[in-house]
Design a protein around this ligand. Structure first.
Ligand code: GAP
Length: 514
């Protein structure tokens, strides 16, 4: 099945089974805003817990905070967001639709890549086993022609983006490449303008003189402005980290690919404060720690890659993304940045307060350098859902949709089902739930045939199902069914907690990180 179709199916699966709904759906939705349903919120909470515990429980020198979404507006001036958190926008005069100029050009680059890949796929089919892809790519005239056009466009685009960006230069590329509006099909483009991504609102009544404030576009600044509070009250010594999970808001113009790019989303960010000069060593360490955290979920190492940034933001001296293989290609899920002392120095300058760290060992004061790890909860959610979604053909000719979620993250860990709705079986099933519900999330299901009930649990990723039958009333044993293997075993009720608890706990994944 084409990856595009898989993605479409995944989006409808998310809705059908209560993972993700479009926001305000009965009013026809609100662009790039989504709500998490009864299953989605459980998965999301488990992801957050896995991240939080890996930071705060496994590192003695990392603590958490929860700062407010509203912050003093000067913070965003100091951080550079008021002046530089912009996207270059262009409008099509005929359709009145607005686009990101950089995205239109990136899509054009992707079209060249697509053409090349099509040529390669056609040749691979024609030549079969004898096909030498590297040789074909380096000699086929059509491939070489597309590649040359692609490289020239990429070079021009990089130059325009690196020059500020050069807005006229971006527009000229769009005209030269004859890029048309997907709606009107015309090339009737306006100038390119910069558009700030921050949402703003007003605090206080206008009579008192309302203050323009912003909805935070990242959680990180809440950590920077609190770092000395935490350091002093927590008697933290450098190196130390502060972790935070919270909502962030960006007025994204090109919002597509479901929950990949949203206007309201959630971040899990950790700022690690280090001595100047040691930051690149820590950057390397955090790169490794974070990749290990991702890989511990067991989707396979081939799903991940680093994308080291060649062009660095003015405040960074190293940066990388951890990318995940989504149905639409490798995409950034997490950023790891060595942000130097830029943010803290800016806050010192704009607030006029001394926020230097005093090192009791060397008796010196300095502005710490910062390594940041920043991951989007929603992107992590999407990556997990897309890697877990499977359609399987069974030996008996039936098919099933199964979410092979890591058991530790699954919304429901155990479904308990009486074989029939009578003869005391429902009561026995309830007894089991009443015992186990204190340990993990259980669900009771007595409706429809056992086969249908298994399918429902497969579709929400429940790793274990227990069936209570007439024999259970005599021997206190139940049938335990494994979601992935569909193997069934007979186990004593008294053993259930021991068997399952360890396999579905976040702790068991955390232990592999040590
Ligand atoms: N404090 C650094 C920072 O915010 P970023 O690369 O802009 O860096 C970090 O964002 C992470 O937040 C991204 O890797 C991504 O997972 C997530 N993210 C950013 N914008 C997003 C959006 N519009 N929708 C969903 N997730 C987003």
């Amino acid at each position: 099945m084409a990856q595009e179709d898989v993605f479409k199916k995944l989006v409808s699966h998310c809705k059908e089974y209560g993972f993700v709904f479009p926001s305000s759906e009965i009013y026809d939705g609100l662009g790039a805003v989504y709500d998490y349903g009864q299953m989605g919120v459980e998965l999301k909470n488990n992801i957050k817990q896995y991240w939080w515990q890996s930071m705060v429980l496994l590192h003695e020198n990392i603590v958490g905070i929860d700062s407010a979404i509203f912050m003093h507006p000067t913070i965003w001036k100091a951080s550079g967001h008021v002046d530089a958190f912009n996207d270059p926008l262009i409008d099509n005069r005929d359709s009145k639709k607005r686009y990101r100029a950089d995205v239109l050009i990136e899509d054009q680059i992707a079209k060249y890549d697509e053409k090349i890949n099509k040529e390669v796929a056609k040749a691979a089919k024609r030549f079969g086993d004898a096909f030498d892809e590297a040789q074909f790519r380096s000699t086929n005239p059509r491939v070489l022609e597309h590649q040359a056009k692609r490289d020239a466009l990429h070079e021009r685009y990089s130059q325009a983006m690196n020059a500020g960006p050069d807005l006229d230069g971006l527009r000229q590329i769009i005209l030269d490449e004859e890029i048309v509006c997907p709606i009107s099909g015309t090339k009737n483009w306006t100038e390119v303008r910069q558009f700030n991504l921050m949402f703003s609102t007003e605090m206080g009544s206008t009579a008192d003189g309302a203050m323009k404030i912003y909805l935070r576009p990242e959680t990180a600044q809440g950590i920077f402005v609190n770092y000395l509070n935490v350091q002093k009250t927590g008697r933290m010594k450098i190196p130390f980290g502060i972790a935070q999970i919270g909502k962030a808001f960006r007025n994204e113009i090109v919002a597509r690919q479901f929950i990949f790019r949203m206007r309201e989303f959630e971040q899990m960010e950790m700022q690690f404060f280090v001595k100047p000069g040691t930051e690149l060593e820590w950057f390397q360490k955090w790169k490794e720690i974070r990749l290990k955290w991702h890989k511990a979920l067991g989707f396979g190492d081939d799903h991940y890659r680093y994308h080291d940034h060649e062009k660095l933001a003015h405040y960074a001296n190293a940066a990388t993304d951890i990318e995940f293989l989504m149905p639409f290609g490798f995409k950034e899920v997490e950023g790891i940045h060595s942000r130097t002392n830029f943010d803290l120095s800016q806050h010192e300058k704009f607030s006029g307060k001394n926020i230097k760290y005093f090192d009791p060992e060397t008796n010196e004061s300095y502005t710490p350098y910062v390594i940041e790890t920043s991951i989007g909860v929603d992107r992590m959610f999407l990556s997990i859902m897309s890697a877990s979604y499977c359609e399987e053909q069974l030996e008996n000719g039936e098919s099933r949709v199964v979410l092979k979620l890591p058991a530790a993250l699954a919304p429901v860990k155990l479904a308990v089902m009486p074989l029939v709705k009578k003869d005391g079986l429902p009561e026995k099933a309830r007894e089991i739930i009443d015992e186990l519900k204190f340990h993990f999330h259980c669900q009771y299901d007595e409706k429809d045939s056992i086969g249908k009930r298994y399918r429902r649990q497969d579709a929400i990723g429940t790793p274990y199902c227990v069936t209570v039958d007439h024999q259970t009333l005599e021997d206190n044993c139940v049938t335990l069914r494994n979601r992935d293997t569909m193997q069934q075993e007979r186990v004593p009720i008294a053993e259930l907690n021991n068997i399952i608890a360890d396999r579905v706990s976040i702790t068991s994944v955390l232990k592999t990180l040590q």
